[in-house]
Design a protein around this ligand. Structure first.
Ligand SMILES: *Cc1c(COP(=O)(O)O)cnc(C)c1O
Length: 398
């Protein structure tokens, strides 16, 4: 409290009341069960269409056993940042594993996909440089761009011609240029036109970076990601991925040349200044990569479910945008309506999160769905029925 008695933070309450009045402030719903296809959320059993647990690995017995063993053998904490004494033998092993998976010379693990993106962009670019970024890139890329103090130029979503024009403008003045894109866009489920982006970036000598948070474990052979999907091995400079989504655990990584990784070891601030993963996390990630190689049928099931559910939503008449992946948005437009649709679905036993500004642009509010390999046909049929009923009631479909 200030001396006048008014709180210096009173403006927070003013903003919060506005959000509440518009029906878009929510406390997160709370899981009362493991993260899985049918979960208990706020005490209620629901079909879960909101997790990134694409392959059902978050609660997989093999990962759990591996994590338990790691706790017994290695303890619960790593006790230091990586460069001091926080690099465990298994951290190195996981990095070799990821590099082999991504077919790159080397890889480096970060605490999260967020810190991998932000730490890498900020380490590599500086104020004499220009970053050219897709307008729908993830917040962690945007934060990395800001931290780097480079000039940021945004191109309209997936528009390679606009990208070319920005590169033409940037080339004469920039020391270095970075072209950065998500591989799969997290709120729309569409795929970046990587071959065209790489071709244009090369013409201008730009560095290329793809964030495959939603593509790793999903696209390409054994889930190797968008670079494998397009047959572009060796043609992108920086590949980022997450261990928190399809891999089912927690963490992020950068894969690329030995020099890139060595440079990040020397300069990436989250690597230098934040404690490394505990043993259970790293061991479980290693187990997940075993399963990706051993059980590719999981990815097949994911795609079968994706096609089935997407077709169902389209048949009901929903606008599902340009999605080509297991992320399927049901675009509503109005923010209040999107949140109401999500609430109605919950009452009908389906959890699909409503998503509004600033996570998506204003006027593009939606309910986002993600199917996983673990959903049964019956789960998906029941979810489609709920969507049809709730969509009609709110007037999103007729
Ligand atoms: C989720 C996500 C991240 C962040 O990954 P975390 O491991 O959850 O920090 C980064 N980029 C994209 C595109 C994402 O969807």
């Amino acid at each position: 409290m200030t001396e006048t008695g008014a709180s210096a933070l009173a403006f927070l309450d003013a903003e919060l009341s506005e959000l509440r009045a518009r029906g878009i402030f929510r406390y997160p719903r709370v899981l009362d069960s493991p993260q899985q296809a049918v979960a208990v959320v706020d005490g209620r059993k629901v079909i879960n269409l909101s997790s990134n647990n694409y392959l059902g690995l978050a609660n997989h017995p093999y990962l759990k056993e591996t994590a338990e063993k790691a706790v017994r053998d290695w303890g619960v904490g790593s006790g230091a940042v990586r460069p001091i004494i926080g690099t465990l033998r298994m951290h190195e092993e996981l990095e070799r594993r990821i590099a082999a998976f991504k077919k790159t010379e080397a890889a480096l693990v970060f605490q999260s996909g967020f810190t991998a993106n932000a730490g890498t962009v900020a380490a590599i670019l500086g104020k004499e440089d220009v970053i050219v970024s897709d307008e729908l890139n993830h917040a962690s890329i945007i934060d990395g761009c800001r931290l780097s103090r480079a000039e940021i130029r945004i191109f309209p979503h997936r528009d390679v011609e606009a990208l070319r024009r920005l590169l033409e403008e940037a080339r004469p003045k920039a020391r270095r240029i970075l072209v950065v894109t998500d591989g799969v866009f997290s709120m729309d489920g569409d795929i970046a036109p990587l071959p065209e982006i790489v071709r244009v970036a090369r013409e201008f000598g730009a560095i290329t970076m793809v964030d495959d948070a939603h593509a790793s474990g999903v696209l390409g052979k054994n889930g190797r990601g968008s670079v494998d999907h397009f047959g572009l091995h060796g043609q992108l400079d920086i590949q980022v991925g997450t261990l928190s989504k399809a891999i089912g655990v927690l963490g992020g990584y950068v894969a690329g040349s030995r020099s890139l990784i060595d440079y990040l070891i020397a300069r990436a601030r989250p690597f230098l200044f934040s404690t490394s993963h505990p043993p259970a996390v790293t061991a479980a990630c290693l187990a997940a990569f075993d399963l990706l190689e051993r059980e590719p049928e999981r990815i097949q099931r994911l795609w079968d479910n994706t096609r089935y559910f997407k077709d169902g939503l389209k048949r009901i008449g929903f606008d599902t945008g340009a999605s080509e992946t297991p992320i399927t948005p049901v675009i509503v437009g109005d923010e209040g309506k999107a949140m109401r649709l999500s609430d109605e679905l919950f009452d009908l036993g389906v959890f699909a999160q409503g998503i509004v500004y600033p996570t998506v642009p204003r006027g593009k509010a939606r309910v986002r769905t993600i199917v996983t390999a673990e959903h049964t046909r019956d789960d998906l049929d029941r979810a489609l029925e709920a969507f049809e009923q709730a969509g009609r009631r709110i007037g999103v479909v007729s």
